[in-house]
Ligand binder design. Structure first.
Ligand code: SF4
Length: 421
């Protein structure tokens, strides 16, 4: 057992129940889902099969995967990995097929990102860039633990939030370093062996890098060990490379093989096809749920179909019995139109979900009056939320009976303060 399991937050039965699979994988009591997917064999010749045939095979094998996941959850041991191609490689192959007519997200641009002759809304071809990676100590307590969340920040985004709190990387697709899947796998391998409790894929937005991430995870599922040259490349974007971390290989293995919970930290503006692939690989989901059902996603983020897409995807992971927690950032002047409907939807559809109703909005990106990027049309959110807006939001969450206080106020608990608002 690492020190993650000894944190007092797990004494809350609702937290433990919502994240029990994640905690078991983080503590290497269970294998990550990518290791299970590697045990499900396929006879398809992947490179010669049509995309339709690959989807049909994924659909055929997914119930087998889920059955295996269920018995492993209950304590069964992990069978040996398939000798030939497996469900893991089908996921990888499908992600690359999708890349050639990109439908990773609902923009459904249908551009061929392999040739890169035309770009879609995310402005990316096939290359992926990593801005930085490090032991993140600012995530929720159950993710950051004591050793940090092994967070990998990708550039660019498929949304255009005017207030983006990571605008430097989401609006600058050329930030950071181009990073191939082997280097990505090396980054994840290194972070986990340094004790990180999970591998946290984030941006910008991550789904626009689906092919590279699935490829990296597929390598990790096939006993990838990085070369010295790959580790050197991985260190180029390591923001905490001047800190010393003990290498703890035993903290990174299940039955002697690499193991780490995969955390999907995303805006959830994702197609059903991408979700089907991710279902096989993600151990814990961290969706951002920002906007209500009105026009705010359009006026503040130029994103159509937002509410329908994000609610569908959150309902899906709940129906699938996945581990997840939801983030909602309270925005100034958007409590009535965004915070309340978001919280009400959660109360009605996923009432036991862990929710972080976050207070840390700051005027940034196009909403920062001190920045040259500032636009007058965003004046309504060019300030911090007021105490009243925050307390109204938390009060509404409380009235709805949401499971939010342990997550939202955990730092106050840590320091022995009460969670009053
Ligand atoms: S990831 Fe989304 S925005 Fe980017 S090309 Fe694909 S469909 Fe378009």
């Amino acid at each position: 057992m690492s020190d993650l399991d000894s944190l007092r937050i797990w004494d809350d039965p609702r937290v433990r129940s919502a994240l029990s699979w994640y905690l078991d994988v983080a503590e290497n009591r269970r294998p990550a889902k990518f290791r299970i997917a590697a045990t499900i064999a396929t006879r398809l010749d992947l490179s010669k099969s049509s995309e339709d045939a690959l989807w049909a095979e994924l659909d055929r094998l997914t119930p087998i995967f889920l059955g295996r996941w269920r018995v492993i959850r209950a304590g069964a041991s992990l069978p040996p990995a398939a000798e030939g191609p497996s469900l893991l490689e089908i996921a990888r192959e499908l992600a690359y097929r999708m890349l050639s007519h990109c439908n990773f997200c609902p923009w459904d641009c249908r551009v061929d990102r392999v040739t890169g002759a035309k770009l879609g809304a995310c402005k990316l071809a096939s290359g992926s860039r990593v801005s930085s990676h490090f032991h993140h100590t600012g995530e929720e307590l159950f993710y950051r633990g004591t050793q940090g969340s092994g967070t990998i920040f990708f550039t660019s985004c498929n949304m255009r939030c005017a207030f983006c709190q990571n605008g430097d990387i989401s609006t600058d697709k050329d930030n950071g370093e181009e990073t191939d899947p082997r280097t990505l796998a090396a980054i994840a391998w290194m972070l986990r062996r340094e004790g990180c409790h999970n591998i946290n894929w984030v941006g910008g937005e991550v789904v626009i890098h689906l092919h590279a991430i699935v490829d990296a995870i597929a390598l990790l599922g096939r006993d990838f060990t990085p070369t010295q040259a790959e580790l050197k490349r991985a260190r180029r974007t390591k923001a905490d490379r001047f800190f010393f971390f003990d290498e703890l290989p035993d903290a990174a293995t299940y039955e002697g093989r690499f193991n780490a919970p995969i955390l999907w930290n995303s805006n959830f503006f994702i197609t059903s096809e991408s979700m089907k692939i991710l279902r096989l690989l993600i151990d814990v989901w961290l969706p951002d749920f920002k906007f209500g059902p009105g026009r705010c996603a359009m006026t503040l983020a130029k994103t159509p179909w937002y509410w329908d897409t994000v609610t569908r995807n959150i309902a899906l992971i709940a129906q699938w019995g996945e581990d997840f927690s939801i983030r909602h950032l309270v925005m100034p002047n958007h409590v009535q139109c965004c915070t309340y409907p978001v919280l009400e939807w959660i109360g009605e559809h996923v009432p036991s979900a862990l929710v972080n109703v976050m207070a840390q909005f700051r005027p940034d990106n196009f909403c920062d009056p001190a920045s040259a990027k500032y636009r007058d049309k965003y004046a309504e959110i060019a300030r911090h939320p007021t105490r009243m807006e925050l307390s109204d939001s938390w009060q509404r969450a409380r009235e709805l009976g949401l499971n939010f206080e342990a997550t939202t106020f955990e730092r106050r608990h840590l320091f022995g303060m009460t969670a009053t608002v």
